[in-house]
Design a protein around this ligand. Structure first.
Ligand SMILES: NC(=O)c1ccc[n+]([C@@H]2O[C@H](COP(=O)([O-])OP(=O)(O)OC[C@H]3O[C@@H](n4cnc5c(N)ncnc54)[C@H](OP(=O)(O)O)[C@@H]3O)[C@@H](O)[C@H]2O)c1
Length: 336
């Protein structure tokens, strides 16, 4: 049994992570953290978990967490996360970090996009990016895995095999994305209140969303080409779910069939990526670790569509997939 802890256990990703970990035969959940001193029971914080785990959330130091856990899932916001993760690693824990802190490799780029100094810059360039479909071999045996962002997961899975195969052009890629409201986390923000978000569809972070450098970095590193994507996310009045529609110039002479075959060939053995002839939708992947993808040729453009559940394949399911790889368990354990 692997003793596991969750940091930031009051949040949405932590709730869905607990739901998955409690189905995992090799996991014992031994610590849940919060900044609150009232020590709420997990069932008070997440009523859907009532009867499944008898544990209180506690305001624990990293040293206290390290005493109780072998592996830690960090569900904290950026900057707060790396400050704790660095201590946990030094205390011998293995960590899957949900925040953006270890996804980029350059402290200056991090500061530019996130507006703070990185608390642990030395580890940035050495950390494995936890997208198993691209980096499975490096994730195995890693002590620290940077769980990808939700939008980057959907965007990179849609684009990476096509870019690598040279069937779409790297310049001029446009990524139009939509997310349910849980993508913004549980804490109250005015634009997320029901009367603001319900019956509304609005873009945000136009030209300046923090997932842009993450998408460009991974696509450029893994595909060996420089991209400079235009990424525009939208908030939609749904609880969960994310849809990416990406537009790219087709390389000359590449047919619609070849585009689809390129995705089918790359993902043929992947347990969680389904390449469809039909059109993906968020309902088909809700509460699952699947990413559904298709591609169409429209004139000189490839239109690639991918759908995920932002809290599962975009966060907690991906974290469990990474955990399974790190500890050499069957990759699909607790996920199918
Ligand atoms: N939501 C998604 O779809 C999604 C997808 C991929 C990645 N992520 C990333 O996963 C992480 C968790 O996301 P989430 O949606 O679960 O967020 P969340 O619902 O806001 O939960 C985060 C928890 O962290 C704690 N926290 C907040 N600020 C803190 C601070 N400064 N120091 C220490 N603890 C703090 C809070 O717990 P207490 O108040 O109880 O201490 C909070 O409940 C974030 O880094 C996020 O960017 C989220």
């Amino acid at each position: 049994m692997i003793r596991t802890a969750i940091l930031g256990a009051t949040g949405y990703t932590a709730r869905d992570l607990l739901d998955l970990l409690l189905r995992h035969p090799q996991v014992q959940v031994t610590a849940l953290t919060t900044r609150q001193d009232s020590q709420p029971h997990v069932a008070e914080v997440h009523p859907s978990l009532r009867g499944r785990l008898d544990l209180k959330l506690e305001n624990l130091s990293p040293a206290q967490v390290a005493e109780r856990a072998d592996c830690v899932f960090g569900c904290l916001p950026h900057a707060a996360s790396a400050a704790v993760v660095s201590e946990l690693l030094e205390a011998g824990c293995r960590v899957v970090d949900f925040s953006a802190d270890y996804r980029l490799d350059d402290p200056q780029i991090y500061t530019h996009w996130y507006g703070v100094e990185h608390p642990d810059p030395g580890r940035m360039a050495q950390t494995v990016y936890g997208l198993p479909e691209l980096y499975r071999d490096s994730i195995r045996g890693a002590d620290l895995v940077a769980n990808p962002g939700c939008y980057p997961t959907a965007a990179i899975l849609a684009l990476a095999p096509l870019l690598k195969a040279g069937v779409i052009e790297p310049r001029g890629i446009v990524i139009d994305a939509k997310s349910g409201v849980s993508g913004a986390g549980r804490s109250a923000k005015p634009h997320l209140h029901f009367p603001e978000a319900n019956e509304n569809l609005t873009p945000y972070g136009v030209g300046e969303h923090r997932h842009t450098p993450e998408i460009d970095l991974i696509l450029s590193k893994w595909c060996g080409v420089n991209t400079n994507v235009v990424f525009t996310p939208h908030l939609i009045p749904m609880d969960r779910g994310e849809l990416v529609t990406a537009y790219a110039d087709v390389a000359s002479d590449v047919s619609a069939e070849r585009l689809l075959e390129t995705l089918q060939e790359y993902y043929t053995d992947e347990p969680f990526v389904r390449v469809l002839a039909g059109i993906p939708g968020t309902k088909q992947v809700a509460n699952t670790n699947f990413c559904d993808i298709t591609v169409r040729r429209v004139g000189d453009k490839a239109v690639i569509v991918s759908a995920i559940d932002n809290l599962i394949k975009g966060a907690s399911g991906a974290a469990v997939q990474n955990f399974n790889l790190m500890y050499e368990f069957e990759e699909t354990t607790a996920l199918l």
